[in-house]
Design a protein around this ligand. Structure first.
Ligand code: ADP
Length: 404
């Protein structure tokens, strides 16, 4: 089954076309990115394996025009990978927030679409953009079934004591304020792939998945199900990120707001865009820049690294307690897959858990799956590149197949 996977943001969209023969037998036909939607001039970058990338600039006023340009390219003579658009049998969308309603991926129906719309209040930047993609496909390929895969769904198995905040309960009842967690598709994929890679039975396992990128979250996975995760009501909570603070004492911000005469919107922006690695270092939000600056002797860049790695280590410790021990720790995301110093510093000092870290191997691993603990290590540590698009394509294929 040929599946088009779409990840629509407010001004950009990523796509992949996968030929899914089964869950584990698939091939990537093409992928790409549409950028600067709604600006004067947009851009489309299209990649086909073993071919040079193709980039074209053109005005892309909205998502429908952007998706139409992608569909045209997919069947074009020069850059196409399909004979006809009829070959696309399903479209899978990444959708940010599924609230408490969506506990797994779902076929898009008028009812599920309405639920996604209702959830825009919880993800005002993301769900509306995701819906634009769903509506564009409805317009361009009305006969093709669509499926939504939610960033929050994998975390819906958390027990109430893990997702409830100790604030007046009425805010949960009235406004659905609770921990939801994000990156669920990545955590789900990485937990299963890392368990298989380590030769561990997922259904009888205690795994901690560390998704560390521009946004970062850590999840405790017991017997294949999420029991806790570090992001919360929004993707703001947890470990420090590129520009997001992660967990802070909430009263700090009202204190600073009063001193600096800030509104709560200003404060939100500071926590979201000016904090994290950027906020501490003053150098950059990018882990590579931070590593370079720290090497060159920049003390605040070095401190930013230390704050991040200490936070990761503390959450690994907390989740080891929550899981009643740990069998496997998996690193993924741009930083998790590529930054050997971050992995080293986050794991250093956890030997007492039964980890024998293999720094000689760790140093050599960038973006490939690898065991970075020694063969004798009681607790395994590995790097596992994430593949959210594959999960979306699998879920889409399985849901659409079940319709027949
Ligand atoms: P997003 O959350 O936007 O998907 P990514 O998962 O792509 O982000 O992660 C981006 C982060 O990964 C950036 O901080 C970047 O510096 C970091 N990163 C990418 N490659 C490397 C590398 N070789 N060494 C250290 N950090 C890296």
């Amino acid at each position: 089954m040929i599946v088009l996977v779409l990840n629509c943001g407010s001004s950009s969209l990523k796509y992949q076309v996968l030929d899914m023969k089964s869950d584990d037998n698939y091939s990537l036909l093409a992928k790409g990115l549409v950028e600067r939607i709604g600006e004067k001039m947009g851009a489309l970058t299209h990649r086909v394996p073993d071919h040079d990338k193709y980039t074209v600039e053109m005005p892309i006023p909205d998502h429908t025009v952007g998706i139409k340009a992608v569909l045209d390219l997919l069947v074009s003579k020069e850059h196409g990978v399909l004979k006809s658009l009829d070959e696309i049998q399903a479209v899978g969308h990444r959708v940010a927030h599924g609230g408490e309603y969506f506990k797994g991926s779902s076929l898009i129906t008028p009812q599920s679409q309405e639920e996604i719309e209702k959830l825009c209040v919880l993800a005002p930047l993301h769900n509306p953009a995701n819906l634009l993609g769903i509506k564009a496909i409805k317009e361009l390929m009305p006969q093709v079934p669509q499926v939504a895969t939610f960033d929050t769904a994998f975390h819906q198995t958390m027990p109430d004591y893990a997702y409830t905040y100790a604030i007046p309960y009425e805010y949960y009842e009235k406004y659905a304020v609770r921990r939801y967690g994000f990156h669920g598709t990545s955590h789900k994929f990485v937990a299963a792939a890392a368990a298989a890679f380590a030769g561990i039975d997922l259904n009888n396992s205690r795994i901690i998945t560390c998704h560390l990128g521009n946004g970062s979250s850590i999840t405790a996975v017991k017997d294949g199900k999420c029991i806790d995760t570090s992001m919360g009501f929004t993707p703001q909570e947890g470990v420090p990120m590129g520009t997001r603070s992660g967990t802070v004492d909430p009263t700090i911000m009202s204190y600073v707001a009063e001193k600096e005469n800030l509104t709560h919107k200003d404060v939100e922006k500071i926590l979201n865009k000016k904090s994290g690695l950027l906020g501490i270092s003053g150098v950059s939000s990018d882990c590579r820049d931070i590593e370079e600056a720290a090497k060159a002797g920049n003390v605040r860049a070095s401190l930013a690294q230390d704050v991040l790695c200490y936070a990761i280590k503390k959450i690994i410790g907390a989740y080891t307690a929550a899981l009643g021990g740990v069998d496997l720790i998996a690193f993924t995301g741009g930083i998790g897959e590529n930054s050997a110093p971050t992995r080293f510093a986050a794991i250093q000092g956890l030997e007492y858990l039964g980890i024998e870290f293999d720094e000689a191997v760790n140093k050599t691993i960038h973006g490939t799956e690898a065991m970075i603990s020694k063969p004798t290590s009681k607790v395994k540590v590995c790097v596992m590149p994430t593949n959210e698009e594959l999960v979306i394509a699998r879920d889409t294929m399985n849901i659409v197949k079940s319709l027949k």
